[in-house]
Design a protein around this ligand. Structure first.
Ligand code: ADP
Length: 841
């Protein structure tokens, strides 16, 4: 704002200066032009005066010649007079002597006062407004004047006499004696003219003319006064005692000047307008710059708000996930028990519901992705029945709570094994069903699943019908707008954001699906979606019964659901502990596991022997997981080997990243036994997988089942410490005491060497290795159940990462380095403490 004021002031000042300059220049130009005009008028006057003088002499010369003749031939008086009249009929010639006797044209001495001067020997010209113009010259006898010879011209002769007709109508000329007395005025000379000539400015101008006449033959001066703008001029009539003076109005001369003046004026106005336009443009540009600035600030604020929102969502979903994890963990413990059928049903419902809930939490996180255009569709193989069961369970509970009947009709001939984004399908169905429940006060909500198959694609069709409030015809167009809620008056009690259908619509678009709405206001609505999905198994889904016990759950008590004694699995991890955990977890599946501690070792092993699955640590010193994978893929006979990445850093988008690198899938460390075996079940050749022998008791070797069986023994076996969450550690060991016991021992034993390495890397600034080793510490700490060390290592790893980042600014690098230096000693101290606490001895 301040800047704009300054700018405006500058522009106004500049305009003012230009205006002043304009006036100055205009004055200068006018002065110069007037000078030039003066010059030209004086030249003109000079020319005219020559002409006038010449013409005047033409009248005077015969008179003087005649006078000369008479002075010697007095007797020729009559003849001379006659001759003069003959020569010049307008001029009545006459002769007058001292006694006032006249001959020829009569002349009273009083009518022309200057006549007297002629008797003193001068040639005169005199003027009488009533009579005319008198030209008179003396006739000498010796030195004395005896007569005066004269001619009287009528006034009309005046122009002719002095060639004054050459002047234009605006120009007035007077013939004067050189001393300034009037000889002959112009025609129609009145008292006004006398007044004009008496005007001060004109007088001053004339004075200047006379002054200049002393040096040149003609002069003209521009005057500007009460009478107006004029040029006054004067010139001597050559060979006479007369001068010619006159004036003309400025405008008569200034025709051209005016046009030049106008052009200058136009140019200046044009410049001013241009400048004004430029100023306005600048002002507008300045304004728009200010606006862009404001916009940028607004965007920054919006970005910050969005960031805060995303952060909040991330935090919240994390906070929610933790208790849900606890619920599902507890529930899993319950499911592992021998249970009455009823209780098992409840527990498996809890399991499905928590799974769906977790998905929703993840979807909340996805909102921000949709908004920023980062939402991705990730297709996988999935079981349609499984998705419907999860959706049905979640929705069924809600419908039941609202006393609504909830029905699912599924075409039993639909293929069950589909390929598509099951998470998004689930999200869409849940959205539509939730809406149906929300906007239905009583009656029923029905989900109809059908589809049309063509080749290997199924056009899956899901129709959600409710007996609710319905949607008005005119509202339907706004149904899929973001934050748009309809019929607000009626729906104000119902919670909602107005995002659900917008997201549903966009997701369907992304998956090439469609959505359609039929509704009768007051009676209910049907939302129908169609979504193309690939079919990967044509086994029909069969009669779908939401309340039926899902197959999966019957097997849920913890035991190896399969064995694969011929399967060969290579575990590659630089960390002994991780290798040990993985191989221990796989023991009950009877798979043949081999361990390699580095990428190089893995490649060597792969050359010697073929494996069905390789579990490959992502981050290892030396050759990392990706490099090892790429090299391994070039080996002979590797094409059927599947590679699973093991990573301690699972972020959103990790999956795509690993698949992009060429991995078949990935597991987050620490992983549970179930996760590991499920993954292997998926990637091992089907013929190697055999059902677990029924005789095998649940929770077979090497460790007994958790908790109840021998609580005092477990507590004694593995130390408990505030630093170590035993339950957490046990979880990662499939609750197998023996494994846990072992890894605690390993953790403790390895600590000295690992601390020494970390110290050395820290001291020598070998941040690459430092990062890898602190990364390893992060996951091993969690595996044994030490959250604080895990957290600290995680932060330290982030600092090392920041320090090593290629695009880090020097200040960020320094900040990261400071952080590393401030925290290293503490972390090592905590590591030592934890190792001590973990030591089973
Ligand atoms: P909300 O969070 O408000 O439910 P949605 O985007 O899911 O947001 O829905 C937008 C609006 O569409 C709702 O506010 C509601 O007015 C209307 N609507 C959605 N589904 C139904 C339905 N089954 N019956 C009646 N109105 C519905």
């Amino acid at each position: 704002m301040n800047n704009r004021k300054k700018m405006l002031l500058t522009i106004l000042m500049t305009l003012f200066l230009i205006f002043l300059a304009g006036i100055f220049i205009q004055h200068r130009i006018v002065a110069m032009l007037n000078n030039a005009a003066e010059h030209s008028v004086s030249r003109q006057t000079e020319d005219l005066s020559m002409l006038a003088g010449e013409r005047f002499l033409r009248f005077l010369t015969p008179l003087q010649t005649a006078a000369n003749h008479l002075s010697t031939h007095e007797q020729d008086k009559e003849a001379v007079l006659q001759m003069l009249v003959q020569q010049n009929p307008q001029g009545q010639a006459g002769l007058i002597d001292f006694q006032h006797h006249t001959m020829g044209r009569f002349l009273s001495r009083d009518s022309f006062p200057r006549l007297q001067l002629a008797f003193h020997g001068n040639t005169i010209i005199d003027y009488n407004p009533d009579i005319g113009i008198l030209l008179a010259t003396p006739v000498f006898y010796g030195d004395n004047v005896r007569y005066v010879l004269y001619q009287v011209y009528p006034l009309e002769m005046l122009p002719k006499l002095f060639a004054l007709s050459d002047y234009d109508a605006f120009t007035h000329v007077i013939i004067q004696y050189r001393d300034g007395t009037l000889a002959v005025p112009y025609e129609n000379y009145t008292t006004d003219d006398t007044k004009f000539w008496a005007d001060d400015t004109i007088q001053a101008g004339m004075k200047e003319v006379h002054r200049r006449l002393q040096r040149s033959k003609a002069a003209a001066v521009y005057t500007e006064g009460a009478e107006g703008k004029f040029f006054v001029f004067g010139a001597d009539l050559p060979q006479t005692d007369f001068s010619l003076i006159g004036y003309m109005p400025w405008s008569a001369v200034a025709g051209q000047i005016t046009s030049i003046y106008q052009r200058v004026f136009f140019l200046f106005s044009f410049m001013l307008i241009l400048f004004a336009c430029l100023s306005i443009y600048l002002l507008m540009a300045q304004t728009s710059v200010a606006e862009t600035e404001e916009l940028r600030e607004a965007r920054q604020a919006a970005d910050a708000a969005n960031q805060a929102k995303s952060q909040f969502l991330a935090n919240m979903s994390h906070e929610i996930r933790t208790p849900i994890n606890a619920i599902s963990g507890m529930n899993e413990m319950i499911l592992r028990q021998e249970l009455p059928a009823e209780v098992r049903k409840y527990a498996s419902n809890i399991k499905s519901a928590t799974a769906a809930l977790l998905t929703i939490i993840n979807e909340i996180l996805d909102f921000s992705k949709i908004e920023s255009g980062h939402m991705e569709i990730v297709p996988t193989d999935y079981q349609l029945a499984q998705v419907l069961r999860e959706v049905g369970t979640l929705v069924g509970v809600r419908a039941h709570a609202k006393n609504l009947a909830f029905k699912i009709h599924v075409d039993p001939y639909l293929p069950n094994g589909l390929y598509g984004d099951a998470g998004r399908l689930r999200q869409i169905l849940i959205n539509l069903l939730n809406n149906a429940i929300k906007y239905t006060p009583s009656g029923s909500v029905t989900l109809d699943i059908s589809g049309q198959r063509s080749a290997s694609t199924l056009r899956l069709r899901a129709a959600v019908t409710d007996t609710g409030i319905g949607i008005r015809e005119e509202d339907r167009a706004r149904l899929f707008h973001v934050f748009e809620r309809l019929d607000i008056k009626r729906n104000c009690q119902i919670e909602g954001t107005g995002l659900g259908l917008a997201i549903t619509h966009r997701l369907l678009n992304m998956m090439k699906g469609t959505i359609q709405v039929d509704s009768t206001y007051g009676e209910g609505s049907t939302f129908t979606i169609e979504l193309p999905q690939e079919v990967h198994s044509f086994d029909p889904i069969g009669v779908f019964n939401l309340n039926a016990q899902p197959d999966l759950d019957t097997n849920l008590s913890h035991q190896a659901s399969f064995i694969a004694p011929d399967a060969r699995v290579l575990i590659v991890d630089d960390n002994d502990m991780n290798c040990f955990v993985a191989s221990s977890l796989l023991k009950e599946t009877q798979m043949q596991t081999t361990i390699a501690h580095s990428g190089a070792e893995a490649l060597e092993t792969l050359q010697k022997q073929s494996f069905h699955v390789v579990l490959l640590d992502y981050m290892m010193p030396g050759m990392d997981g990706v490099e090892t994978l790429h090299k391994a893929k070039q080996l002979q006979g590797i094409s059927s080997t599947r590679f699973i990445a093991l990573t301690a850093t699972a972020l959103s988008g990790s999956r795509e990243k690993f698949l992009g690198e060429g991995f078949d899938n990935y597991l987050s460390k620490p992983m549970t036994g179930d996760e590991l075996t499920a993954m292997l079940h998926r990637y091992l050749p089907a013929e190697l997988i055999k059902p677990a022998p029924a005789s095998l008791p649940p929770m077979a070797a090497p460790a007994p089942a958790p908790a109840a069986e021998a609580p005092p023994a477990t507590a004694a076996d593995t130390p408990s410490s505030p630093l170590i969450d035993r339950e957490l550690g046990m979880k990662y060991c499939n609750n197998m005491e023996a494994i846990y016991h072992n890894i605690l021992g390993m953790f403790s034993k390895q600590s000295t060497g690992k601390i020494a390495r970390l110290d050395e890397d820290f001291a020598t600034g070998n941040w690459d290795d430092y990062r890898i080793n602190i990364h390893a510490l992060k996951s091993t700490a969690l595996t044994i159940g030490c959250r604080s060390l895990n957290q600290k290592a995680k932060e330290q790893e982030q600092a090392a990462k920041d320090y090593l980042a290629e695009d880090a600014a020097p200040s960020q690098k320094q900040q990261a380095l400071d952080y590393l230096q401030q925290h290293h000693a503490d972390i090592m101290a905590l590591y030592r403490q934890t190792a001590e606490a973990a030591n089973p001895q």
